[in-house]
Design a binder for this molecule. Structure first.
Ligand code: HEM
Length: 162
């Protein structure tokens, strides 16, 4: 890949990955505010706003970070399964996407708090825990990206050196 294109892909990768970290942080704050809110209406409003952050932020940013990351890996000496820090990031971003897809439920929380109804606090703290776990995974991925630990993934027999 020509250096200018590669640098452009890297810029898009870093912006998407770190913006995703910021979006997830905002979800931790919004969910904590909804859990601690005295008025159920405020919690309901917060849960109704979260899907905007997810569909305009979380989903496109995580898919962009994944696609540009794999492109950077395949177009460089880093590879995708050659160095543990890149392979670890692939596992981390897929984990972030799965947590968001299967455990994060702002729509269900909005329905449960409609009409000023309260909802079980432990269920609300569960919705704080999901983006909090995503945050830890993205901070880990960012640190791995900067420190790039030198551990290579051992090649299997028949895996021809480049
Ligand atoms: C989990 C979310 C991710 C975050 C927060 C993240 C963050 C970053 C950051 C900050 C850099 C720049 C590092 C530097 O230049 O010092 C970087 C570079 C890189 N990332 Fe990611 N990344 C993520 C996911 C991925 C994935 C899933 C892959 C591939 C499967 C990947 C592959 C790469 C590669 C190969 C580079 C090195 C580019 C280079 O300098 O040649 N990243 N990433």
């Amino acid at each position: 890949m020509r250096p200018r294109i590669r640098k452009t892909v890297l810029v898009v990768h870093v912006i998407a990955a770190v913006a995703l970290l910021g979006e997830v942080w905002a979800l931790v704050v919004l969910n904590t505010a909804a859990t601690l809110a005295e008025e159920p209406e405020l919690a309901h409003a917060a849960y109704r706003l979260m899907p905007f952050l997810v569909f305009a932020g979380g989903i496109p940013l995580s898919l962009t970070a994944l696609a540009t990351g794999v492109t950077l890996g395949l177009s460089s000496h880093w590879g995708v399964f050659r160095h543990s820090w890149v392979a670890a990031k692939l596992v981390l971003i897929l984990g972030v996407i799965c947590l968001g897809a299967f455990l994060f439920d702002p729509v269900g929380m909005a329905a449960a708090t409609a009409g000023g109804r309260g909802v079980a606090t432990d269920r609300q703290w569960g919705q704080v825990a999901v983006p909090a776990a995503q945050l830890v995974m993205l901070v880990t991925a960012t640190a791995l990206s900067v420190f790039k630990p030198r551990r290579r993934i051992p090649r299997t027999r028949g895996d021809h050196p480049q």
